[in-house]
Write a protein that binds this ligand. Structure first.
Ligand code: CDP
Ligand code: CDP
Length: 236
């Protein structure tokens, strides 16, 4: 194959995809792409423009012309930095307002077509960990390693509540947070195109009770076995 290996990590909200994908990328010296940040940035732009989130043609027009840039923060812990049309939206795209509208916009065909095209372009040389909902099923169905990360909705709500607390943001009750995550998972899993789904050849890791380091180590071990092991046999 004319590219370096690709690691695809998919799963529901709060399963640990972003945190773990970055650490895996760092440990294996691979690039990292957070596709959720792209859908969030487009959602920010739509809300900012005052366009109705149901106005698909107007949104298609905006998306076809938008310029998204992603960059690593200085420290490994810092959130990835995001710009759209030159404006930094790193913090803004994590708000509850964006979070509650992103699934509706991510379900629109022209939005997905455009962002998937950009993701495939960024990943075309491989050597990258890509994280989202449809990476193993749709964006890179030939990825060498596919991981499907899950955790119970209770655990995911607890993690997300902790995230909000750490950022000093509005405190949602655990029930509200569970509701919020479940609604988004339902929309992401039931849309018509490229819904959230485990690829048949993905390896599922249930992360309740596992630390970030434990999940990261498992994925690194799988990479060494399945990707590096495999390519060295092929080379002989
Ligand atoms: O970090 P969190 O799990 O809250 O969400 P995210 O990864 O930032 O993704 C935000 C939203 O973007 C998801 O709920 C999906 O609606 C959409 N998304 C998608 O449709 N396809 C992807 N590959 C990634 C995200
Ligand atoms: O990207 P995704 O929505 O799947 O999840 P995330 O934003 O990476 O993780 C949500 C939160 O859970 C973060 O604060 C992580 O540090 C935390 N987490 C954890 O406590 N234990 C894990 N095994 C994985 C993530």
């Amino acid at each position: 194959r004319n590219r370096q290996p690709i690691v695809a990590i998919d799963g529901p909200a709060g399963a640990g995809k972003s945190t773990v994908a970055r650490q895996v990328a760092q440990a294996l010296k691979l690039l990292y792409l957070d596709t959720g940040a792209m859908y969030r940035a487009v959602t920010w732009l739509v809300l900012e423009s005052g366009i109705s989130i149901e106005d698909e043609p107007a949104i298609a027009e905006i998306v076809s012309k938008c310029d998204i840039e992603l960059g690593m923060g200085d420290e490994p812990q810092a959130p990835i930095r995001v710009w759209i049309n030159g404006q930094e939206v790193t913090q803004a795209i994590r708000s509850l307002e964006i979070t509650s509208h992103v699934s509706a916009i991510a379900a629109q065909t022209p939005v997905r077509q455009e962002l998937v095209k950009q993701q495939q372009r960024w990943g075309e040389k491989g050597g990258i960990v890509i994280e989202g909902r449809d990476i193993g099923t749709h964006v890179f169905p030939d990825a060498e390693l596919k991981i499907f990360l899950t955790a119970s909705v209770q655990e995911r709500a607890r993690r997300r509540q902790q995230d909000l607390k750490n950022r000093g943001e509005a405190d949602l009750s655990l029930e509200q947070m569970q509701q919020n995550l479940s609604e988004r998972d339902w929309k992401d899993s039931n849309r018509n195109i490229a819904p959230l789904r485990k690829a048949p050849d993905a390896i599922e890791i249930q992360t309740d009770g596992l630390s970030i380091a434990e999940v990261t180590d498992r994925i690194i071990t799988l990479y060494r076995e399945k990707v590096e092991g495999q390519s060295s046999t092929l080379a002989n």
